[in-house]
Structures are given as C-alpha cells and as structure tokens.
Design a protein around this ligand. Sequence first.
Ligand code: HEC
Length: 102
Amino acid sequence: MAGLLAGLQCWTASAKPEPTDLIDRQHCMFCHTIDAPFLAPSFRQIAERYRDQPNASVMLEHKLRKGGRAHWGDTPMPSPSERGGPISQQDARTLVQWVLSQ
Ligand code: HEC
C-alpha cells in the first residue's frame, strides 16, 4: 500500500495503478467504463476534458465527496452515501488522479 501511494503522488503521463478496492466499494464501474460512454461519460472522456485545467482535480474531488452541478447532461452523479458510503479526501484524490490519468 505504501508503494501504491508513493506511486500516486508523483505525477506522470502514464496510467496510474488502478485503485481497485475504492472503485469496487464505490461502484464506479456500475455507471462508468474506461472508454465507452454508457450511463455516464467514460473516464477517458472525463480525462480529456479536464487534463489541461489546473484546478480540475480540486473541483472533481469536491464533487466526488459532496456532489455538485451536472457537467455532462441533466443527470448528476449520485452522492457517496448512495454509492456505498462516504469517502475521505485522500480516497477522493486517489480516484480523481486515476480517472485523469486515463
Ligand atoms: C450511479 C451511477 C454512477 C456511479 C456509481 C458513479 N458515477 Fe461518476 N458520473 C455519473 C454521471 C451520470 C456523471 C455525469 C454527471 C455530470 O454531468 O456532471 C458522472 C460524472 C463523473 C465525473 C465527472 C464529473 C464532472 O464534473 O465532470 C467523474 C470524475 C466521475 N463521475 C467519477 C466517478 C468515480 C471515481 C466513481 C466511483 C467513486 C463514480 N464516478 C461513480 C454516474 C455515476
């Protein structure tokens, strides 16, 4: 685990190791896929949209934890309590960094 976190902290252009536990616990793949838009935009679309926005990760972490206005259509993402339980700031950051690395 320490190695995984260390790896996540250094930003590189290559894909990050997948935080599988978190993704399972929050059922991310119930609505998202990596590359095919389904019930929600694909993680690749999301990464492309936000890659060049320096503040995007802060906004997305907040959104993952507290929810917020929809950016892709009329359907906002369900709040963490509806997805499987609250997530910590650190977990939100791990997930957002992973999504943005797709
Ligand atoms: C019940 C379906 C569902 C689940 C489960 C879900 N999402 Fe989403 N997600 C959506 C929808 C719908 C949108 C589009 C919302 C919008 O328009 O901003 C979205 C948008 C997003 C966005 C982009 C937000 C923005 O403001 O552009 C990110 C990042 C994201 N999801 C990550 C995740 C992660 C990480 C998980 C697991 C922790 C997850 N999602 C679980 C449905 C879901």
